[in-house]
Structures are given as C-alpha cells and as structure tokens.
Write a protein that binds this ligand. Structure first.
Ligand code: GLN
Length: 487
C-alpha cells in the first residue's frame, strides 16, 4: 500500500480493499518507527487523524466520497488547522493552537475528505533552503541522513520520500516546494500566484507565497492541486477562475511541444553531474517528440539579489504582528511595554528570521527605500518581462531546479549568501508569479536524486504537469525509493 499512487489508493478505498482507518494506521505506524530518525513531523495527534479517517470511511460507506476521500497526507506546519498546534517552525508559535482552518485545509480535509497525518517540519517561517532553521531541529534527507532535505518544505519532502505519507502540502515563496522536491527525488508543483488561497497560510512574503503539492509523480500532484486550487473571497489576491481538472490534461502527446532552454540556466552555475542528467532528460523529451529552442532570460542573474530584498521587506512587515501581546511567545519577564516587545521578539525568533527582519526594515527605511526596495521592484518587472518574451518563442521552459544535489547538514548554515545561492534557479519564477514544477531526472554518483525544473506560462499548470507526466511514463526515476525505510 505504501508505494501506491493516489489513484490506486483511491481505488483500493472505494473497493473497500482497505479502510481509511487501516491506511492511516499503516502510515502512523511508519511515522512512529521512522520519524525519530528523520524529524519530518513536528506535531502528531493520532486521535484526530483516526477520527478524520473514520469520518472518511463513513463518507465512502454512504456514497458521498470523492476520489481523494480517506487518503492520508502531511500538512506543512504553515497551514492553520483548527485544533492543531500550528508552529510555522518557530518558537514564537510553539504553543499556538490554530482557532480556524486555512482554506487549503478546508478544501483538502473537510471538503475532499483527505486525512491529516500530522504537521510537517519546516524552516522557521519558511525562511531557509535546508530545513536547518526550524526551531524543532533539522529534518534529515531519507536518501542520506547526513544531508539536508532542502527547504523550506523539508519535512513535507522527507515524509513523502520515506513513504511516511503518500503526499504532502508545501508552500513556495522562493523555491520551497521545488528545491526540496529536487533534493528528495519527488515531483512538486508551485502553481501560478493566486491560484491557491493564502488564507490561513502563515504569511512570509505575501506577494510571493503560494501553496502547492509534493508527491511522487505528476499525476498525484495534479489530483491534489485540483482539490486545493480555486477562488477564495478570504484572500484578496485569489484569482477568480473556473476550477480545472488537471488530471484530464495528462496523457496528451508531447509531439511538437516547444521547450525553451534558457541559456542562463545552462552556463556555469550548476554542477556537472546535475547538468549531465538535465541534458539526458532533454534528449528524452526530444524522443517524445518535443522540440527545443534556446531562449534567454537576461535579468535572471538579478533574481537572487532582488528576491532577498523584496521577501525580507514583506517579511519584516508580516512578522510585526508577533509582538508578545496578541498571541504567540511572550517573554516571561519585562519592564514595560517596549521591553515586552523587545524581549518577546528577541527570544521568540531564531537567527535567520531576525536577519530577514533587519534586512527588510533596512531596505524599506527612509533613505534606502529607493536604492534597494524600489530598485528590486524594477528588477522584478524586468524579470517578468524576460519570461513574457521567452514564452513568445516556446511553450514551457526547462532547466535544473537546484545547482547541486542534497548538501551536508551544516555545510552552508554558517554562510547565508552561500545558502541563498541554492535558490538561483527557482526564485525568478516566484518573482514573476509563474507556475513551476520539479521532477526527478536522475541520480549523482553518490546516489542522490537530481531535479529538473519545468516552468509554464501563467495558468499553464496543465501543460507542465502533462510534460512531466509524459516524461514519467517513459522513465522510472520517480519510482525509485531511498533504502532503509523498509516496507
Ligand atoms: N530559500 C528561500 C528563502 O529562504 C525559500 C523561501 C520559500 O520558498 N519559502 O527565502
């Protein structure tokens, strides 16, 4: 059961070959055995999980189930889920019990009937690329536990990779779904900005934050994305568009698909083994009938610096709500109100979060705003323009997701700039608000998975999912599983 696709699990549930309670128990049992080594889950609540599974079984019994009803999932701990502790990986929210559901939780659990196995570990407030900034300790990569799983959705990625959950939610502000998917051998999709509601998703950088899915293959991503997307009046940036059944788009031919290869993604940046796997994948796409054209994204080299101005600027504003008064961590001792703010924030936030708040406040401050924030916004516009020009020449773009495979725990944590550079291929997509997907396309000499990125034009999730699915029908990289997490 643990290696079955979501479609197969749905069929097994519908045919009563297994109940949702049994299926959930199977995964809970694996979590009990393997989570201590991986630290993928922060919060578990078996009673809640089994109650939800029971309710799902009831829906299946009474004929009111959908295709995902009864299927377990891991929820990134950035999504508020009523009655569940929701920490966002921070001491600030260590004891915060969410009083309401995020729209994503509402849609996947309450409406579609999926069953939450627990809350997945993540970088603190989703700031990080290695899951080492979590207050709850680092997550280990199931392919090699001395290495990072990527971040910030590292708990989600490790959980799915080690089959502790069949699928997980994630969020991607600057690569946080695609990069951990790449480092853990998974398929992950970040949709067009505005497709998935941000209501109840703890805010990091609101103009970039977007929810999505991490799974083993494109078909599973398609199923869950269809269930989580859609207009939400509670999110002012949510887009009013008809819902799409992404799975229906799968299986379409790749013949004639024009794949753009941005020349900036094929320069020096990525390591040789990663590039060799990407080149091999390009040959596979050509075999499937796709054509390739060289395109250029001339401003993409400015994406990392622009992002690390804009995202901290928005974070400094979003995180001002954590003041020790309304909710969250409050310092035990203080002299007066200002001291209460100071101590609660100094003690409640970790080092990376403080760094972002300082950078953000600085770039927005009088005298520096024009030089940094405004300039970064201009670059953002240029980057979006580059993509618009590239999509005149091609249907989708292809390149590496991450410049390296999973790096060692501790390898980059002392050097923030080095860490930020792991986002070099993912971040431009967020700045432009485009959909992006990562899928496995090979392994390096040490047996670590390599991720390939596909980028679509606005609302072309179906097109990149179909391209990924076509590739996965012809290859089996996505079917490989790390050793050591026995069945
Ligand atoms: N590495 C990015 C950052 O630290 C990832 C952010 C994200 O996508 N949540 O900001």
């Amino acid at each position: 059961m643990i290696h079955k696709s979501l479609t197969e699990l749905g069929e097994a549930l519908a045919a009563r070959k297994i109940s949702s309670v049994e299926l959930s128990r199977l995964f809970l049992d694996r979590i009990r055995r393997f989570n201590p080594a991986l630290n993928a889950f922060i919060t578990l609540d078996e009673e809640k999980t089994l109650a939800a599974a029971k309710a799902a079984d009831e829906r299946i019994r009474t004929g009111t189930a959908g295709s995902l009803t009864g299927i377990p999932l891991a929820q990134k701990d950035i999504f508020c889920a009523q009655g569940w502790r929701t920490t966002c990986g921070s001491k600030m929210l260590e004891n915060f019990i969410a009083p309401y559901d995020a729209t994503v939780v509402q849609k996947l659990e309450r409406d579609a009937g999926m069953v939450s196995l627990g809350k997945a570990n993540m970088d603190e407030f989703a700031m990080g690329s290695s899951n080492e900034t979590s207050h709850f300790g680092p997550v280990k990569n199931p392919w090699d536990t001395t290495r990072v799983p990527g971040g910030s959705s590292g708990g989600s990625a490790a959980a799915v990779a080690a089959s502790l959950a069949p699928v997980a939610t994630g969020t991607d502000t600057g690569g946080s779904i695609r990069q951990p998917a790449a480092l853990c051998g998974l398929t992950g999709i970040k949709p067009t900005y505005g497709l998935v509601s941000r209501y109840g998703m703890i805010a990091f950088a609101s103009s970039l934050d977007q929810g999505g899915v991490l799974a083993h293959n494109a078909e599973d991503c398609a199923l869950v994305l269809s269930a989580m997307a859609g207009f939400d009046e509670k999110d002012s940036t949510s887009l009013d568009r008809p819902a799409e059944e992404y799975r229906r788009a799968l299986g379409g031919t790749l013949a004639g698909l024009r794949i753009g290869l941005p020349k900036e993604f094929f320069g020096e940046g990525a390591n040789a083994e990663v590039m060799a796997a990407i080149e091999a994948a390009i040959r596979e796409f050509r075999k499937l009938g796709a054509e390739t054209v060289e395109v250029t994204l001339p401003n993409s080299r400015l994406a990392v610096p622009a992002y690390y101005v804009i995202a901290p600027a928005e974070a400094s504003s979003n995180l001002s709500r954590f003041d020790g008064v309304r909710y969250g961590y409050r310092a035990p001792e203080y002299d007066d109100l200002v001291d209460l703010y100071k101590k609660s924030r100094s003690q409640g936030f970790g080092a990376e979060v403080k760094r972002r708040i300082l950078i953000g406040a600085y770039v927005l401050s009088h005298g520096y705003y024009d030089a940094y924030y405004l300039q970064a916004q201009r670059i953002r516009r240029l980057i979006a323009g580059d993509f618009a020009a590239a999509f005149k020449e091609c249907d989708i773009l292809l390149g590496p997701t991450s410049p390296t495979t999973a790096f060692k725990q501790g390898e980059k944590s002392a050097d923030p700039v080095e860490m930020y550079l792991s986002d070099i291929y993912t971040i431009a997509v967020n700045l432009a608000g485009l959909p992006g997907l990562s899928l496995p396309c090979g392994f390096d000499g040490q047996g670590l998975p390599i991720g390939l990125q596909l980028i679509g034009n606005y609302f072309e999730e179906a097109r990149i999912l179909n391209a990924a699915h076509g590739f996965q029908q012809a290859t089996d990289w996505h079917a490989r599983r790390p050793e050591g997490w026995a069945t």
